[in-house]
Design a protein around this ligand. Structure first.
Ligand code: PHE
Length: 534
């Protein structure tokens, strides 16, 4: 290793850094909307179950892999996996064959990718998960995430300088479309936003783990919290706000379809930044004294709280100003600037500024966590100095981002790429942006999540993993659940007698082996359209 590995300064710094990664656009533009759509409070309950079934087991698994090896994702899997694994060979073979099948169904682009994946697994065994989730996925995601990050920065600057004043949603749309599509006159502007976003990520990472990621998360995360609280107070005190609160939270169990459960599972997975190598890398900076299960529970609490807060800041204002709820770009870049701007009292720009600064913070801290994954691989594997690793990641991802930005337009400018993508992936004439989004969110992430749980549960082994988790964790980990919950712990005869049966450790082991991989498989089938619900 060319540089000594840094560690988080303590539990708080670790928690804030992890929260910085977890709390992102998913919390702000996705969670509130799907909650409203699929049954409000009822959906929140299902979502919390999904967090427990998928989120918590995999998150602990990834952090543990990172901490025990102290390495980047490729190195970590290489260090833990056996030399040859029949299971990996079998999986690799099946994936290779599926790729060939896809090609015969003229899904050429995906077919080639899947075949490559199978070949990589056959060649490298479990190390392949490290390569895919630790290098390829973060690289591809950040390519388009940086573009959205750029939009958030552009809107934050516009709001602060008082240039985000829309009177109608149509006006907001007219202003956003050219930016979204990087229309000829606004090219430089969109690319500039994306480059600014990537540059900010790069500068923070250049300072390192403790002085960069941790220090900025410790300032930015609490600020995000405060901004949201101010927005909530304003939003829920508007006349007509209650319709928004009702849409967001009033429990409606009739809307809890099978689809709702799958959406909740997918959201639980995405919001905790799983399957992108992030928690492996962040875990590699964790000290042995840190209580991992406790930190993970705190993180889940924070992440869910911010998602709920975002809903309370957004929907009361949206309804009070007479708009329809929506998700994604439409909500954040069209409805909300207009709604916040219309809030009576002449402070419209202040509310939009608060909101867009909050969104930029959420996007930025997620962006740095993704870039850090690639940086850590370059430092460990290629023995680069941190500054060189940052420069290399920054420049290569920015180039991909520039293509993403341009591709949102009508493609007249890069016809060869349009032709290539539409033939290979059948992407609607449109964009590299959408292809990358679809490829990563629907395919790579769930596949990596499944691979991680199978790896931890069956290959590396629950026994090894639990031994690592025990370091820094309290005795609660090995105490019977009923004894913990009944408050009888320490009572003579109750302390240790039911040790190892139905303990947090054994339940985690059971989940990571059986329940979690099967649940992720359902998410996967749903995302890829293999199962459909009406
Ligand atoms: N956890 C993030 C969210 O909820 C997802 C994400 C993390 C996306 C890191 C990109 C990079 O939005």
């Amino acid at each position: 290793m060319s540089e000594k590995r840094e560690h988080w300064s303590g539990n708080w710094g670790f928690l804030m850094a992890l929260a910085g990664s977890a709390i992102g656009l998913g919390n702000i533009w996705k969670f509130p909307y799907v909650t409203g759509k699929y049954g409000g409070g009822a959906f929140v309950l299902v979502y919390l179950c999904c967090i427990m079934v998928i989120g918590l087991p995999i998150l602990i698994g990834e952090l543990t892999i990172g901490r025990t090896t102290g390495l980047n994702p490729i190195g970590a899997f290489a260090a833990l996996c056996p030399k040859r694994s029949k299971l990996a060979d079998l999986l690799g073979g099946i994936i290779l064959l599926s790729g060939i099948a896809l090609i015969t169904f003229s899904q050429i682009g995906y077919g080639i990718l899947v075949m490559l994946l199978g070949a990589v697994i056959l060649y490298g065994g479990w190390k392949a998960i490290g390569l895919i989730s630790g290098v390829i996925t973060p690289f591809l995601i950040l390519g388009y995430y940086g573009v959205v990050g750029g939009w958030t920065l552009i809107y934050a600057v516009k709001a602060v300088t008082g240039n985000l004043v829309f009177k109608t949603a149509a006006e907001a749309q007219a202003a956003f479309t050219p930016i979204q599509q990087a229309a000829p006159g606004t090219w430089w502007y969109v690319i500039g936003g994306q480059l600014a976003f990537m540059t900010l990520c790069g500068i923070i990472l250049w300072f390192g783990v403790k002085k960069g990621i941790e220090r900025c998360s410790k300032v930015l995360m609490p600020s995000l919290f405060v901004l949201l609280i101010v927005l909530i107070l304003r939003s829920i005190s508007l006349p007509g706000a209650s319709a928004g609160i009702k849409f967001f939270l009033s429990p409606d169990f009739s809307k809890l379809s099978a689809e709702a459960v799958l959406v909740a599972l997918g959201q639980a997975f995405y919001t905790l930044s799983l399957g992108m190598g992030i928690s492996i890398v962040y875990g590699s900076y964790v000290r042995k004294e840190t209580n991992l299960p406790k930190s993970v529970l705190q993180l889940i609490g924070l992440d869910t709280m911010v998602a709920m807060m975002a809903g309370l800041a957004i929907f009361p204002a949206v309804f009070a100003m007479g708009f329809e709820p929506a998700a994604g770009e439409g909500l954040v870049f069209q409805i909300l600037p207009t709604a916040f701007n219309m809030i009576p009292g002449g402070l419209g720009s202040v509310w939009s500024s608060f909101f867009f600064i909050a969104v930029s913070i959420a996007a930025l801290t997620s962006g740095i966590s993704l870039m850090e994954v690639i940086v850590s691989v370059l430092i460990d594997y290629f023995k680069m100095k941190r500054w060189a690793a940052v420069l290399f990641s920054w420049s290569s991802i920015s180039i991909l981002g520039v293509f993403c930005s341009i591709s949102m337009n009508s493609w007249k400018n890069i016809p060869w790429m349009e032709k290539g993508l539409t033939t290979l992936f059948g992407t609607p004439p449109g964009s590299l942006f959408l292809t990358l989004d679809n490829l990563t969110a629907n395919w790579f992430l769930p596949a990596a999540g499944m691979a991680v749980s199978v790896f931890v549960g069956w290959v590396w082994g629950v026994r090894n993993a639990v031994n690592e988790i025990r370091k820094g964790a309290g005795r609660e980990l090995d105490t019977n659940f009923f004894i913990l919950l009944s408050g009888m712990r320490g009572e003579s005869g109750y302390g240790d007698s039911y040790k190892h049966i139905f303990t947090p450790a054994s339940v985690w082991g059971f989940f990571i082996r059986f329940i979690t991989p099967v649940s992720v498989m359902f998410v996967f089938l749903n995302m890829t359209g293999a199962i459909k619900f009406n």
